[in-house]
Design a protein around this ligand. Structure first.
Ligand code: PGA
Length: 237
């Protein structure tokens, strides 16, 4: 199984020059990597990075969000626009967007629209600290999956990467324990054995390899550490 390492740059870096520099370092290392590497920069850097010459086939670009329609929607970007630009993936349902009042119903609309436009989806799910403490992790994951994947067929699942990102582990230097991740992976696989599951939340060059050894884990979604080339290059090597 080919492992996938995703870089979620979030709202960084502040100049195109920095974005290009980081991307070019990743590009060189990607040439010798057996992994699939997906870089998700802010929208405005997608085109210049896609246009970068000599990209190896295992290096792809992803958006961090998209809308589900085209037309009178000021400030939005449609999945078809992304696809026509050469973007391969889109992150949907990230907890930082859920915090901005993005509801599961809308995430589902976005998933359907993205797949229809031939984008592959990186769907983020995960429980908050409060939900975890109440022992509701599985209940929340099941709820999010039912809503976010409503009317998605078995066949479409091959174009979806499911990123388990516990909210309490994101940007906190408090990553999920491997034993806890194993339980979540078993639970998710019991819902559908076709799910391709990734882990995200405070992944860095010290802890990443233990997650990749977990049975049925297909890769990682890396936020903060993906902006540091020393950290990220170590993970894709
Ligand atoms: P982090 O972010 O690696 O900085 O915790 C992960 C994410 O939000 O995708």
């Amino acid at each position: 199984m080919k492992l996938t390492i995703i870089a979620n740059w979030k709202c960084n870096p502040s100049t195109l020059k920095e974005a290009k520099k980081l991307f070019s370092l990743i590009k060189e290392r990607a040439k010798n990597s057996s992994k699939e590497i997906i870089i998700c920069p802010p929208f405005i850097y997608l085109l210049p990075l896609i246009s970068c010459k000599n990209k190896p086939k295992n290096l792809k670009l992803g958006a961090q969000n998209c809308f589900f329609k085209e037309g009178p929607f000021t400030g939005e970007i449609s999945p078809l626009m992304l696809r026509n630009l050469g973007v391969d993936y889109v992150i949907l349902g990230h907890s930082e967007r859920r915090k901005l009042a993005e509801k599961d119903e809308m995430i589902n609309e976005k998933v359907k629209a993205a797949l229809k436009s031939k984008l592959k989806v990186i769907l983020c799910i995960g429980e908050t600290d409060e939900e975890r403490k109440l022992g509701k992790t599985f209940e929340i994951l099941k709820f999010q999956l039912e809503k976010d994947l409503f009317e998605i067929s078995e066949n479409q699942l091959k174009n979806i990467l499911l990123a388990y990102e516990p909210v309490w582990a994101i940007g906190t230097k408090n990553p999920c324990q491997v034993e806890d991740l194993k339980k979540v992976v078993i639970f998710l696989k019991s819902i559908n054995k076709k799910f391709k599951i990734l882990y995200g939340g405070s992944v860095n060059k010290e802890n990443f390899s233990q997650y990749l050894k977990v049975k049925d884990i297909s890769g990682l979604l890396v936020g903060g550490a993906s902006l540091n080339h020393n950290e990220f290059l170590a993970m894709i090597s």
